[in-house]
Write a protein that binds this ligand. Sequence first.
Ligand code: COA
Length: 153
Amino acid sequence: MTEQIEIREIKKNDAIGLSKLFPHWKGNLAEKKTKKTLKSKREKRFFAVSNNQLIGHIKSVLGTGRHKHLAELFSLIVAPEKRGKGIGRKLIERALKEMPAQIKIVVFQVQADNKPAIELYRKIGFEQYGFLEKGSMVDGKLVDNILMKKEIN
Ligand SMILES: CC(C)(COP(=O)(O)OP(=O)(O)OC[C@H]1O[C@@H](n2cnc3c(N)ncnc32)[C@H](O)[C@@H]1OP(=O)(O)O)[C@@H](O)C(=O)NCCC(=O)NCCS
């Protein structure tokens, strides 16, 4: 039987599932982030859900003021055992579909050595617009980021 995967917005009781996707988040960080998102008008989180388990996540944040036509995507992840089944693609597509009409450009930063993520974003129509040397700190080391964008609406 094919696995049923639903993409849905965050709910109040998702903090435990969220912390399982991001095990390096310490203490009650997942709970704090869940509460913050649920209160926010600018931030959304989407989960991929299978058999009541949260197996994937993406966050979108809308810009304000002079940047109110921009949105940024963050924290895309699919549980390791569920990768390669189109779930990452579904999460990005849902986040894009839910962008309000004022959003014209969606941006995203990805580590320059993260081939799976770069390929996935390219397939969805994102293109590189910049390169941020030393853009991320990973295990105490600075690594380069590729800056990607897609025009929408
Ligand atoms: C990046 C990530 C989210 C991709 O999720 P996924 O569900 O496995 O991706 P999908 O199955 O939707 O893949 C869609 C496309 O992405 C590309 N892709 C995905 N994994 C790939 C890999 N390991 N190597 C090369 N291309 C890959 C392919 O082009 C694929 O298209 P195809 O199915 O037609 O070949 C997942 O690998 C992940 O969670 N990685 C760890 C966290 C991470 O790096 N997040 C990125 C943000 S910093």
